[in-house]
Design a protein. Structure first.
Length: 308
């Protein structure tokens, strides 16, 4: 059984490798006008062939089912255009289209020619590209005229295209927002909601974005969102600086005093007993921890002072 399966697998591998074929997505590909789209494509041919020429044609302009020019891409010509080949001469025939226009909508086919006589193939039917617009619209749910605080609204992102696996991502002033889906809902706008909102539409092949500006007018003169106790922010910060500096000076002078004291006591002890170095070390450690607790207390004191 296992043998049979292996043989079948090997056979099918050989068969697909030997077959002339071009594979594209079978559904139409949507792309937003002005953005880029990558059209996935793969091809195969018998093993003893070498690919010599790769071509992409648009059925809009090519009435000759791609047997003759014009081509949107021709590997033997060096002209630069919106149509860029990002595949290779083995099996990848991906086409990258820049700056998509509505006029680019239509069917595209890949054709390739090998070094063997009559070794040429066009993948048909081709792949369909659909140029579309991305539109962001503001829908008022309450209020009219100038936008003001408390008004309710939706920002809606529309693409004229039914794509099975696409997603909408929103950002405000280039900062990503934690929402997805085509609608951004504001139950009651505030002045802080003003800004530039960008909707980005993404699929596996492309993405496009569109921005809308939201300006919420503040009708009341005194803004209730400004906190009350900010009358004298400068004076307040000066007091903080004074308190912190005073506390720091006290702490530093205590440390210096304690260190001097410690050095003296160690010195006298060393004069008394030269061979008890370890003992004096231990004592020094004890002194240090005493200083530390002193400092800590001092810090607590200065904190209380700062609070006062
Ligand atoms: C085509 O190219 C392949 C690979 O280089 C080579 O093996 C083959 O002989 C060539 N065929 C012809 C007809 O030139
Ligand atoms: C605005 O809304 C008010 C009440 O909702 C309505 O009376 C008024 O006619 C509206 N104005 C306009 C220009 O639609
Ligand atoms: C979508 O397509 C329809 C008909 O094709 C057209 O009337 C409409 O304006 C389009 N909308 C957008 C946003 O492109
Ligand atoms: C974003 O949304 C997810 C799920 O709704 C939530 O778990 C997460 O905390 C949110 N993050 C922020 C920064 O709001």
């Amino acid at each position: 059984m296992l043998y049979m399966a292996l043989i079948l697998l090997t056979l099918s591998g050989v068969l697909t490798q030997d077959r002339w074929s071009v594979k594209y997505p079978d559904k139409p590909i949507c792309a937003v006008r002005g953005f880029s789209v990558s059209i996935p494509c793969s091809y195969s041919y018998p093993q003893n062939h070498q690919v010599e020429q790769k071509l992409w044609c648009s059925m809009n302009s090519n009435t000759d089912v791609c047997l003759n020019p014009p081509y949107v891409y021709n590997s033997l010509s060096n002209t630069k255009s919106d149509f860029e080949f990002t595949g290779d001469d083995k099996s990848d025939c991906t086409l990258l289209i820049h700056n998509v226009q509505f006029s680019y909508s239509g069917e595209y086919r890949f054709r390739f020619i090998t070094n063997v006589t009559n070794g040429r193939f066009t993948g048909k039917p081709g792949v369909t590209l659909q140029g579309t617009d991305l539109k962001v619209s503001l829908i008022r749910l309450s209020g009219n005229g100038t936008l003001k605080q408390g008004d309710s609204l939706n920002l809606r992102c529309d693409v004229n295209c039914t794509h099975t696996s696409s997603q909408f991502v929103w950002s405000k002033n280039n900062q990503p927002l934690n929402t997805s889906g085509p609608v951004l809902h504001f139950p009651a706008v505030t002045v802080r909601d003003s800004g530039k909102y960008t909707c980005t539409w993404k699929t596996g092949e492309t993405s496009g974005s569109e921005t809308i500006s939201l300006h919420v007018k503040d009708l009341t003169d005194d803004d209730p969102e400004i906190p009350e106790n900010t009358e004298n922010p400068e004076l307040w910060s000066i007091w903080v600086i004074v308190c912190v500096t005073a506390g720091a000076i006290v702490v530093v002078s205590v440390i210096i005093g304690a260190v001097i004291h410690n050095r003296r006591s160690v010195h006298t002890e060393q004069q008394k007993k030269d061979d008890s170095a370890t003992e004096s070390n231990v004592q020094k450690n004890e002194d240090d921890s005493a200083i530390y607790s002193n400092v800590q207390q001092q810090e607590e004191d200065s904190a209380i002072y700062a609070n006062v």
